[in-house]
Design a protein around this ligand. Structure first.
Ligand code: ZN
Length: 481
């Protein structure tokens, strides 16, 4: 999931609302109306002195770009262990492997912190058109969906482009399968059909729902992802279809044809399973109780290999501390890697981390999440709520990354797994990468290792390591407290 994009969307709505409000207030005298874009407050001067870190940054970047450890570990995780849905044996095998390897790396305080996770299983699934022409259609159930009866659900399909069309049809969808054919605009705006589509159709009596995959492009690639049921509506099964299938059904719908579909899904929940957040540290030399936490989510969907989402993000955080240790760069504060479990369909790992570390939350200096794929890094997104001193320091430290083009600090950032601790006041940030192709393969059978460029992965490691090391080592306070 990309919470940061959702957050950016929400923030943009807030800014628009603020701008509208500003325009409604009477302007001062005959002066023109204020620009709707709020002028950012000037930043204080940075307190970090980056000249002291140029040598370390050069060594880190050189080492990251000449090591194949990150890629070879990601290859083991994706090829030998495979995808890692919560509750699966693969995920637990992956956790055991990571703990053993981190100990072999000589990292500090390596441990698995137990987390109970939901255990959703997909089972077999299929979608067929029965009339007017029998045809098999590609389908991929949405995570957390219920299944269908064994004989499937057979009903007429009715296609809508958005919720407004659904609401206009209202009771006309009773007994039918609602197909949402909402074209992708951006992730945050389009993912609502995946999250809410089933319950909003069930409200009018629909018996199942199909959602056009949340993606800008498709080569018959269906995208799964989590959905949520509104507790006040009946639960109906819901699955993703490809753009090709959604457009095919739309064309039939627009010609007045009323195809009959049969959806079969075995999806169900088993009892909660035991899993864990994996933790390893590079213990600080002077202020070991002050923590910079970096990480990604170790679980993935049950299709593809979870290579970009988010095996790569986990490996970037892990390799950051392994590389610093290898280089003998032990910072003043502790850098802690967390490989969170169950981000995709529950967020139990992120919540469990907050609960298990409540007593030391105030000592968390910064939390960085890498969950946007491991493409060419552009820099970081720093939470809009971050103190201006933190922003000034991050912008300054990012200058150490200008040589590899990763020196941008975006006006907002964060992540799903660090959400629980950032809501407790920890400064949050995301590793930002070139997102041009992330949503082409996100949550699909095509999220596999061949989509990962080894050099771009190494650049992500370099970017994360330079930022984490400098924040952890700078003698001054990062956030200005
Ligand atoms: Zn993810």
């Amino acid at each position: 999931m990309r919470l940061s994009q959702l957050a950016a969307f929400v923030f943009s709505l807030i800014f628009i609302a603020m701008a509208v409000q500003a325009q409604q207030q009477p302007g001062p005298g005959a002066q023109p109306l204020a620009s709707p874009t709020p002028t950012p407050a000037p930043l204080p001067p940075p307190t970090v002195k980056i000249d002291a870190y140029r040598g370390a940054a050069a060594r880190i970047i050189g080492a990251a770009l000449t090591s194949d450890r990150a890629y070879s570990r990601l290859a083991h995780l994706t090829d030998t262990i495979g995808n890692r849905l919560s509750g699966s044996q693969n995920l637990e095998r992956g956790i055991e492997w990571a703990v053993a390897e981190m100990k072999r790396d000589g990292l500090d305080n390596v441990r698995a912190e137990k987390v109970m996770v939901p255990h959703w299983v997909r089972g077999e699934e299929s979608l067929e058109m029965l009339t007017p022409v029998p045809r098999k259609l590609q389908v991929l159930g949405l995570g957390n969906s219920i299944g269908t009866p064994a004989e499937g659900i057979s009903a007429e399909a009715i296609v809508v482009r958005n919720f407004a069309e659904l609401d206009r049809l209202g009771e006309q969808v009773r007994g039918k399968i609602v197909v949402y054919n909402a074209p992708y605009t951006n992730y945050g705006a389009t993912v609502v059909y995946r999250l809410q589509g089933a319950s909003r159709a069930a409200r009018y009596g629909a018996v199942a729902a199909l959602v056009r995959s949340i993606t800008p492009v498709s080569l018959q690639t269906p995208h799964t992802g989590a959905m949520n049921y509104d507790p006040n509506q009946p639960k109906i099964p819901v699955a993703a279809v490809t753009i090709e299938v959604a457009e095919f059904l739309q064309r039939m719908n627009d010609r007045g044809e009323r195809p009959t579909l049969r959806l079969k899904m075995e999806a169900k929940f088993l009892p909660d399973a035991e899993s864990a957040n994996v933790i390893a540290e590079l213990k600080g030399s002077e202020k070991p109780d002050e923590v910079i936490v970096i990480g990604g989510h170790f679980d993935s969907w049950d299709v593809g290999q979870g290579a970009h989402d988010d095996g790569g993000g986990c490996i970037v955080a892990w390799e950051t501390v392994r590389l610093l240790k290898e280089l003998g760069l032990r910072p003043r504060r502790t850098i802690r890697v967390v490989l969170y479990t169950n981000e995709e369909n529950g967020l139990r790992g992120g919540n469990a981390y907050r609960d298990a570390h409540k007593a030391e939350i105030a000592k968390h200096i910064l939390a960085i999440e890498s969950d946007s794929g491991v493409y060419r890094p552009e820099g970081f997104g720093l939470a809009a709520t971050a103190p201006s001193q933190a922003r000034a320091n991050m912008l300054e430290i990012a200058k150490l990354l200008s040589g590899i083009g990763a020196d941008q600090i975006a006006s907002d950032g964060g992540g799903a797994d660090i959400g629980p601790i950032t809501r407790e006041g920890v400064i949050g940030a995301s590793l930002d990468v070139d997102g041009t192709h992330y949503f082409d393969i996100h949550h699909t059978p095509a999220d596999t290792l061949d989509k990962v460029n080894p050099r771009e992965l190494a650049l992500c490691v370099a970017t994360m390591a330079v930022m984490a090391y400098t924040v952890a080592d700078m003698p001054e306070s990062f956030g200005g407290k």
